[in-house]
Design a protein around this ligand. Sequence first.
Ligand SMILES: NC(=O)c1ccc[n+]([C@@H]2O[C@H](COP(=O)([O-])OP(=O)(O)OC[C@H]3O[C@@H](n4cnc5c(N)ncnc54)[C@H](O)[C@@H]3O)[C@@H](O)[C@H]2O)c1
Length: 328
Amino acid sequence: MTSDKQTYFVTGCAGFIANRVAHLLLEQGHKVVGIDNMNDYYDVSLKEHRLAKLNGFDSFEFFHQDLEDREAVAKILDAHTFDAVINLAARAGVRYSMENPTVYMTTNAMASLYLLEEMRLRGIKKYVLASTSSLYAGQEMPFVETLAVNTPISPYAASKKAAEMMAHAHHHLYGLDISVVRYFTVYGPAGRPDMCIFRFIKWIDEGTPLTLFGDGTQSRDFTFVDDIAKGTIAAIKPVGFEVINLGGGNQPVSLNTIIEKLENLLGKKAKISNKPFHIADIKTTWADISKADKILNWKPEISLDDGLEQCVRWHQENQPWSGNITLP
Ligand SMILES: NC(=O)c1ccc[n+]([C@@H]2O[C@H](COP(=O)([O-])OP(=O)(O)OC[C@H]3O[C@@H](n4cnc5c(N)ncnc54)[C@H](O)[C@@H]3O)[C@@H](O)[C@H]2O)c1
């Protein structure tokens, strides 16, 4: 419990990452007002499971509400005095952004603008925006924040770029203090069922064919969710306007290596079914995290092996209900 109790508006709090952020803030003694529209892009039972973990805190208040409903959000903002808005709600799937690009713009870009405007009108100064390593597609590695990211290869990345740019304009024009945190492939217990680690564990354990896009040599800078949550909370401090990578910062790990590690943890062999590499996917990600260290005094703490073990344990403990989760 900190003596300096703050009140935070956390968007997307039934989501994978925002849920951990909200949980840590509540554990630190802060008040969290959360919002989520509980959309069914992936199995809602997972969102309900996460939300249940926050409902035990007296200082948590939840609104089942769409961020695109500007009036409804304005009412929530009027009912409290917020120290910061932490905007993690988003449409986050890269491949699905080709099927339904419109909702990526309306939620990721437009609703982010609504928030900035409502903050400006109420004098709320601090905004933390979740962005993505997907913006770096095609750039030289390790990805550093100073790279010009002007060639997004998916509607998802383009919508995040729009949100980043509008945030910068609000910093310049109205003095909002903004931290843009670019996350690198986040994984952990109760993770997203559209992402590889959740899917691979389920498929290997159930003995169903594991769909692998490409040959599995594509690699990612995997980052454990608790590390990401800590970095996001560290980014609440005043910075002016900064874009900050939050990533594992190690050499990227291939999907083939991840499969092998999960096979060992589960004691089962994967039956791999290869599909062509997806055009909207990035081949490799690798974060330069020196800026996060310098500005936020942040470094990831959880090793990939420990993190994967926690994911497998969550899967095994929750199997009775999570086994019924349908994959998007
Ligand atoms: N998971 C990753 O590896 C990763 C990587 C880079 C960036 N990010 C970003 O981090 C943030 C959190 O991602 P996540 O992995 O937790 O995804 P998630 O899908 O689990 O969480 C997002 C939450 O936002 C909610 N939401 C979506 N649209 C909404 C709307 N219009 N109104 C209210 N709620 C809405 C969803 O219901 C969901 O619960 C996102 O901004 C995402 O783009 C995630």
